[in-house]
Structure formats: C-alpha cells, structure tokens
Design a protein around this ligand. Sequence first.
Ligand code: FRU
Length: 546
Amino acid sequence: MKKYLLSFICFGIFIFSILSCKNNEQETNDSKEGQIAEVQTDEDFRPNFHFTPEKNWMNDPNGMFYLNGTYHLYFQYYPKDNVWGPMHWGHATSKDMITWEEQEIALYPDEKGYIFSGSAVVDKKNTSGFGEEGKTPVVAIFTYHDPIGEEEEREDYQSQAIAYSLDEGYSWIKYEGNPVIPNPGIKDFRDPKVTWDDIHKQWLMALATREKTLFYTSQNLKEWTKVSEFGEGTGAHNGVWECPDFFPMQVEGSDQTKWVLIQSLNPGGYNGGSGTQYFIGDFDGKTFTPEENMKDLEEKHNFWIDFGRDNYAGVTWANIPAEDGRKLFMGWMSNWLYAQEVPTETWRSAMTVARELKLIKEGDRYLITSRPVEELDKYRAAEVIKKEVNINGNTTVLNSENIDLGKAEISFTINDLQEITYNFRLSNKAGEEFIVSYDHAQKKFSVNRSHSGQTDFSDKFASEISTAPRISDSEDLKATFILDKTSIEMFFDDGKTVMTEIFFPNQPWEAFSFSGLEDFTVKNFKAYELKFNKQRKKDAESKGER
Ligand code: FRU
C-alpha cells in the first residue's frame, strides 16, 4: 500500500512537473511573444547619428558645400508626407559632418516645377555677378521637374536652373533667367553637379541623361556650353543614369592626377535596384576618356562606390579647403526598390556616414576606396579591445551590456585566410539575425538579412542575398563596421570593398559573433561605443507651412 502511495505521489509529482514545465514553457513563449509584441518602430528605428529629417520623406543628398567652418547638406525633401512627392531642398548643417542640425527648407517648388537634385558651389570670384556688397554668393544648380509636362507625356519637362544665396546658404533667391539649360528634348535630363575645374579654369557640369553623362562648361554659371557626352557602351546600363559627380583626384602616393566620374543608376545597381558605379580616366577640358579596363561591357561592371543595397545618389562636398584636401562623400542610405515602404512613419530614410574617398593604383587598376571620416573617431567612448580571440563554433565576442550595438564601431583582422566561409553575425533576443559572410574560396562577401526583423513591408527587401566581390588580393582580411540602430556600413580591406545595408530588427541587436567551419583567430578586435548628444533639430512644425 505504502509502495503504491509512494508511486502515486511520485506520479503526481511527475504530472505536476510536466504541467508546470508546460506552464513554464507557456510562460516563456508568452513572454517571448510579449517581447516580440513590443516591437521597435519609428523612433526606436531613428538612427543615433546618421542624418534623418525630423519629419517625412527624404532622398538624395544635394548641394553639399563647406564654408567658414560649416558643412552644408541639402536633400530631396517632401515635407508633407512620408513618401516621395513634390520635391523641395531640405537643409541641414554640421561642424563635423557627424552631428547635424536641421534648418529651414532651402528651396520650394514653384510654377516651373519641383526642385530635383543638384549641387552648390561657392562662387568666390563672383563669376556669376550675384555677389553684392562684398558678399560671396553661393550658387545652387538644380533640375526643375515640371509635373504638368510629365503628365502630358512631353519629353522636355526637366531643365537646369540656378539660385543664389548671400547668407552662406540659409536663404536662396531663384535666378530670374531660369532655366539656364532648357531641355533639348531628352526625357531624363537631370541632377547637375558643378565643380570649379581649376586645371582648365572653367565651371564644369556633369549632367545625367538616360544612359549617358553630358558635360557642359561655363565661365559664369549662367551660360553653359555642352562639350561632350560619355557612357555609351561603357559601365552598367540596366537603368537610368542619375546624380553624377565629376572631379580630379591625385593618385595616393604619387603626383599623378586622374579624373573620377561617379555615376548612379536606377535600377541596375550591383545587387539590383539603385546603385553607384564609378569610372576613372582622363579629361582634356572637354572629353572624358576612361581607362581601358573600365570599358568592358562583357563582364559585370565591377567599379562601385558601394556594393551594398543601401547607398545611392552619393556625391562629394564642394569648397573643401586645399589645406584639408579631402574628397568627402555622402549618399542616401536606401534603395528605390523599397525606400517608400520601410517601416518608419514619421520620417523616412537616412544618409550614410560622411566618407573620405581616396584614389589608389594597384597594378594597372585604379580604385576608389572609402572610409568613414576621421571626425567620427572623436565620438569613441566605451571600448572593448581584444588582441586575439579564438573562434570555435559560434563565438560571441561582444554584447550590448558592454557596448550599445546601435551606435558602435567594430574593427578586426583575420590573418592567413583559409578556404572557408567566415560569418559575422548580429543577433537579438527575438531570435533575429543579420549575417555577413566572407567566402574566401570564391572571394565573395554576402549579406543575408532575411531574418533580420521586419522585412515583409516589401518583397524586394530581403528575398535575395546581396553580394560583393573581394577586390583585395591580400591573405589578411581587415574589416571596419559602423553600426547605427538600423544600418551597418562595412569597409573591408581599407575600403576597397564597401557594403552598406539597412535593417529593422524587432529588438535592438544584442550580440556580435563570429563563426566558421574551421576554427580561426580574430586579431586586433576593437569595438567602440560612439557617444552622441541627441540630434538637435529646429522646430519641425514650422516647416513646410510657408
Ligand atoms: C535619384 C533621383 C534623381 C532626381 C531625384 C528626385 O534618386 O531620381 O534623379 O533628381 O531623385 O527626387
């Protein structure tokens, strides 16, 4: 009897423990669901330091120039909705290209049309004659996009126009003689990028048309002469060419000068959708001739400022002082494939971190490299430094208790690469992950964001794995990752291969780990938390109501 009683009690305990186990499981599931239910949205997704407008829609960076200690950034902006609409130029300023302050809208659409992308120059010699009382004019050159012409299916609804500012870029007066370049009957005819060409003493404009870049020159920014065209049969062509930039650069470690043409296109980017290719060559003041090895259309064009999916329409700053001498670049951190559907409501899209471009020569190949501007280093705070970490299976090297992975810089080296795939992974408590891989046998990087959180807002966002070729031949891999809440910018091999990708995890990233089929060693692992004061913004309510 006692025996039975004991076994009855034991059975009872067993049943109870199963039930309570179930209950626990239920509880865990519930709390997990509870966690997932508290998904990140909107302000949780707003970057800690990448520029976003306080409210509503933004695309391309425009008219970037530097003057008297201030970096100016204008941007394609629609102040009334969180999707693309009648374009304005929004405006933001910064002392270091990292912390931005949003300003009043700079240019409003008018009866001639929307204000599409373009550039700005500091007209120090007052060649335009816009200067008054010794004030240096800043001249903006932009595209008027006439929506009525577009609706009527005319070809000539885009033309080039100018405006000037006598208060260093805060307020603008549109030139009464606009347009300065009327449309010659070309449907896509836009995004003028003007540079002072000090070699040939002229203002130089690169302008994008369907599948070509057109070059114009001027002495006064008002009268322009077309001097040549470039692009037929060269480079990537599966879309419309947009947002060019054209400038000379000195080859690192030499006194040789080459000309660089940056040319975005949409679609037709390396990983589909929008992307930014470049060409290097010579320019005689009228005609651009690319290097032989950049002409090949048989192979996939392999010269991209960034191979990732989320860096588009990037251009460089004008008027950087000669003592500084850097070529400073910024792009729009999104892709036309899904930009208007990303899961933020109050604001949409961020810019990339400002980057320094360099021109290098390896063998007979010229390359553009990029790295985050050194100004970012000043924001480094808490650090985790490991001289050597042995990776054995999935090894977490960093977690959010040490460093907030929503504002971090991580760098490391892997020496003597083996013929395996190396994985670098961000993961969170909701079981989501963002995986970057490097396959050394194929010399290929890839990014899988299919389980990175919110992805179903567009079937174009995460259905594919994005890839990039490894450009460097080195047996050592160097990497620097810049992390914000919804983006990662990956600079491999001192910026020879760059990939920028965005993501929308339901919980903040919690851990950064490495894995590979074989054991390996990570050297010089350095992680910094980047410290920011909240982005200062002017009262957004007053915007767009003028
Ligand atoms: C590129 C682009 C430009 C155009 C602007 C309009 O993203 O399509 O060609 O000027 O956006 O907002």
